[in-house]
Design a protein around this ligand. Structure first.
Ligand code: NAP
Length: 299
């Protein structure tokens, strides 16, 4: 029996672990992929209080090391089921805890157009910092208008010969500081009010078809398309113990409490107004503190 099982080793989950381990709790962290969550792909973080600039990889690795130094136990297993008695079933085993913190974040949204899956690794990517280096001196496009897309385009402009930034609107969701920087880069070309409607090529991506707001179609030759159109949660497996909103995010009361006593949600997986690193680590600390407090009250 663990005190706390934390599902997800992104910033929210690892921060929960840090707080729980520092309170001498017996903690198991379950992670399906690799530690760090989405932030590990951020080229640079410049809005984290007290740290002027750090790469997402360094931030995530530092946090992971901090947890490992406190003897945090991490198992790389996929959670399949959670029940009200706090049993957690994974692809490899079954564990029980007094409290559970769900910090599973969200996954990349797909464009949902033909051949998208076929071209993954052959010109389609969802991670500029992972795959950008493959396109040195090549022509690439980024789709999206949020912080991820703009940061990806800035990053890729240093590697590729030409970067198209394709966005479905005229205005950007991204912070002005980033869009201003991107607009000043000479090998970046903006294609606004437009969507990507087709992916073309034989055995790899060779061009994309872009449709503007008047319905005009244009084929643009690119070696890669980086899709950065936001995230979607993957919380369906928790639907028996938490309430999900219409978009699949976990509804919480008072920040981190789900509808089941002793089960908490932290970070991007829950309904919230701002999904950022600062709010993820904030949630992580609150969820662990609440779990510890409420476990004590039940003793
Ligand atoms: P996001 O803010 O949700 O932006 C998604 C973008 O994709 C929006 O511009 C949206 O267009 C567009 N989009 C959504 N669905 C689309 C579709 N089907 N077809 C075409 N375009 C579509 O996502 P994000 O940029 O990944 O950022 C997620 C969170 O992480 C945000 O809170 C962000 O601030 C944070 N983040 C922060 C940093 C940093 O500070 N360094 C870096 C990366 C991410 P509309 O605008 O028209 O809706």
């Amino acid at each position: 029996m663990y005190d706390i099982i934390i599902i997800g080793a992104g910033p929210a989950g690892l921060t929960s672990a840090l707080y729980a381990l520092r309170a001498n709790k017996n903690v198991l962290i379950l992670e399906a992929k690799s530690y760090g969550g989405q932030i590990i792909n951020a080229h640079k973080i410049v809005n984290y209080p007290g740290i002027e600039e750090i790469s997402g990889f360094d931030f995530a690795t530092n946090l992971y090391q901090q947890v490992k130094k406190l003897n945090g136990e991490v198992k790389y297993e996929t959670v399949l089921h959670v029940d009200e008695d706090k049993f957690v079933t994974t692809n490899k085993g079954k564990y029980q805890a007094k409290s559970i913190i769900i910090a599973t974040g969200a996954e990349n949204r797909l464009l949902n157009i033909d051949r998208e899956r076929e071209f993954v690794g052959k010109g389609i990517s969802y991670c500029a910092t992972c795959d950008g280096a493959f396109y040195k001196d090549k022509v690439v496009a980024v789709n999206g208008g949020g912080n991820t897309a703009i940061n990806d385009a800035i990053y890729l402009s240093n590697i590729a010969s030409k970067v198209y930034l394709i966005h479905r609107r005229e205005e950007f969701r991204a912070e002005e500081q980033y869009t201003k920087e991107l607009k000043g880069i000479e090998n970046v070309y903006f294609i606004l009010n437009s969507t990507v409607t087709a992916l073309n090529g034989d055995d790899k991506l060779e061009s994309i078809t872009v449709k503007d707001k008047d319905g005009n179609l244009e084929d643009i030759q690119v070696d890669a398309l980086f899709i950065a159109i936001g995230q979607e949660p993957k919380n369906e497996i928790f639907a028996n113990v938490v309430k999900l909103n219409q978009f699949g995010y976990i509804e919480t009361d008072d920040g981190v409490h789900t509808k089941t006593k002793g089960i908490y949600a932290a970070g991007d997986a829950r309904v919230k107004t701002l999904r950022q690193l600062t709010t993820a680590v904030g949630d992580g600390s609150v969820a662990a503190t609440m779990a510890i407090k409420e476990m004590k009250e039940n003793e």
